[in-house]
Design a protein around this ligand. Structure first.
Ligand SMILES: C[S@@+](CC[C@H](N)C(=O)[O-])C[C@H]1O[C@@H](n2cnc3c(N)ncnc32)[C@H](O)[C@@H]1O
Length: 219
């Protein structure tokens, strides 16, 4: 299994960044930019407590953005290196930023206004993803929202990272070349995603230009 920590360690030493790894195919996911649809979503939505939990926070891009807007920031990532980078960037405003496997962790129930996961939650198999989405529902406050990106099924044939890949099941593929070689990526139709978010209300899905579904839903 390829090691995310190794990728972040290399970035810290001036190595290849996400945007280069993906050859610019997924600009909003891998540059320092925050997806403009996220910026718009935050600007237009009222939140009671401004408490956020980021699943797969990476180097903290989204938490740093939200922290500057006065949010309390918690998150997890499987890479210790990226957890340290995030903590350092957030400084004394950092909440609980921990190394954890998103498919084997507890999130306190009824705690957050917002739970986000950008280009992360699909790194597993459908049953794990569905379980985690249900856990997200439990962890949100009533009327809390989630903003999660999940790649559309057609991306398997359009993303350059997947030029050479092998299917692990109906929804999951692993690239056979490049730095993300061997990392499982899940791809889903709109209908499959709606089914996984069945516990939520007001499910809104927008396809961004990279082919990812941006899923916004309310508890
Ligand atoms: C493509 S990066 C996105 C990072 C961040 N969300 C961003 O947009 O900058 C995917 C992230 O998911 C993390 N990740 C992958 N599998 C994970 C798991 N099982 N549990 C927690 N984090 C995981 C990786 O370490 C990596 O930081």
């Amino acid at each position: 299994m390829p090691n995310w920590d190794k990728i972040y360690k290399a970035v810290n030493k001036g190595g290849q960044k996400w945007k280069d790894i993906n050859d610019g195919v997924m600009p909003y996911c891998f540059t320092e930019d925050i997806n403009p649809l996220f910026v718009n979503f935050i600007a237009k939505t009222k939140f009671k407590n401004k408490s956020v939990f980021d699943i797969g926070c990476g180097e903290g891009r989204y938490l740093i953005y939200l922290s500057a807007l006065g949010w309390q920031t918690d998150g997890v990532d499987s890479s210790q290196t990226s957890v340290e980078t995030t903590k350092q960037a957030l400084g004394d405003k950092a909440g609980s930023i921990k190394k954890a496997d998103m498919f084997n962790m507890n999130i306190s129930p009824n705690k957050y206004d917002l739970i986000i996961s950008i280009s992360t939650i699909n790194h597993g198999f459908k049953k794990d993803l569905s379980k985690l989405i249900n856990q997200v529902h439990e962890a949100l406050l009533l009327e809390g929202k989630t903003f999660i990106t999940i790649p559309d099924k057609k991306c398997i044939n359009t993303w350059r990272t997947f030029k050479k890949h092998r299917m692990l099941d109906d929804n999951t593929a692993e690239p056979l070349i490049g730095p993300e070689k061997g990392i499982p990526h899940g791809f889903y139709t709109k209908q499959e995603i709606e089914e996984m978010f069945a516990k939520f209300k007001n499910i809104k899905m927008t396809a961004d230009k990279t082919g990812q579904w941006l899923v916004v839903a309310t508890k």
